[in-house]
Design a protein around this ligand. Sequence first.
Ligand code: AMP
Length: 443
Amino acid sequence: MTSATTSTNQAVTFTELGLIPPLLARLTELEYHQPTPIQAQALPSILKGRDLIAGANTGSGKTATFALPLLQEVFSQQNGKKPARADKGNFVSKLILVPTRELAKQVADSIKSYAVHFNGAIKTVAVFGGVSVNTQMQALRGGTDILVATPGRLLDLISSNAIKLDKVQSLVLDEADRMLSLGFTEEISQLLALLPKQKQTLLFSATFPEQVQSLTQSLLNDPVEIQLQSSDASTLVQRVFTVNQGEKTAVVAHLIMKNQWRQALIFVNAKHHCEHLAEKLAKRGISAAVFHGDKGQSERTRVLDGFKSGDIDVLIATDIAARGLDIEKLPVVINFNLPRSPSDYMHRIGRSGRAGEVGLAISLIDHEDYHHFKIIEKKNKIRLEREQIEGFEVDEAAIEELVKASKPMAAPEGTGKKKRKKKAAKAHDGVNADIWLGCSKPD
Ligand code: AMP
């Protein structure tokens, strides 16, 4: 493995990185004045066709890092012309796999936006569950240059011969640690078996737990490795407040009203908690929308679009909203419940403080959360001061007693999921429990 040596502070332009004029023109329009560190480091290697494993903070410009070189490659292969689609069969050239429907749409939209000056020469399609498969089959007719997909829907489309993977030249796993975790193991192995051996593979994620790293090695061929996570460079402030048990709703309502946040994204751990908390906030005069996997796709899209556009001020979501979603200038993320996986903590808080904007991540912990938050801190190599909120003070001595008496949080019980996961873990050597504990398949 080669480690990239470019300094993260090195001033380099997109032109110097070797991008072609139609992309440069678009980046100027988008006011991307300078490559972000991950772009500066990764673009040259990707353009050379190297495999790559990249870890960079969420919101650091990862989508453009893989989208720009892939677009450039397709455009160059086509000599800048729109190919006759019939020649393409139902093949795909560049495949990007993502864990959630919303991320599939977001990534495809970004790629289409970067490609506006290619005058329709490059076809990009997004496929994901929860919407009509027929429309997607139609969109795939004649093949596609770039396909952004969630694994389950892609397998459905392959089994109905709507798309073939034999000619994939580049594979991107966005949110790679999630894609390689147990929730997706079976689907990803099926897809990998259908891909040509000879291809470029690019893995991106904000977090790469150690044991996934060993798993990734089997997927990559002499990869370039780039690790850019840096808490120093972060524009995101993390705070943790100790609260009395049963007071979290009151605290959230208080914080939202007092700070008059333009928007707030609140994470809870179960779908029904979303509705429950929304009802309780409504009683306190705060109107909130909910976002989770039991909602129909049109509702999910409506709510997310409303939140992104600022029509919805408060969104209560499960971890399906934790990954990759780009909500411009989101001022605050609140962990009402702590995520079970320490990696998910990083993904959740990464919804705020993106692209150099100032952001805030708040975690509310009562005595039952104490042990678990310590684990989150340890795994993520952070240490945060426990703070109190005026008007909601806790009795520290009493809390300490309660903490001593309480046990570390266990995985949820009664769904049979734990047993299934244990079984799968055996069959899947090397995957860290940290990654799969409590991760339900989001799509
Ligand atoms: P991502 O990490 O890909 O989700 O990107 C986070 C945000 O950064 C998105 O809103 C991008 O449009 C924006 N972005 C990506 N690259 C750049 C850049 N070089 N300059 C300014 N903004 C960027």
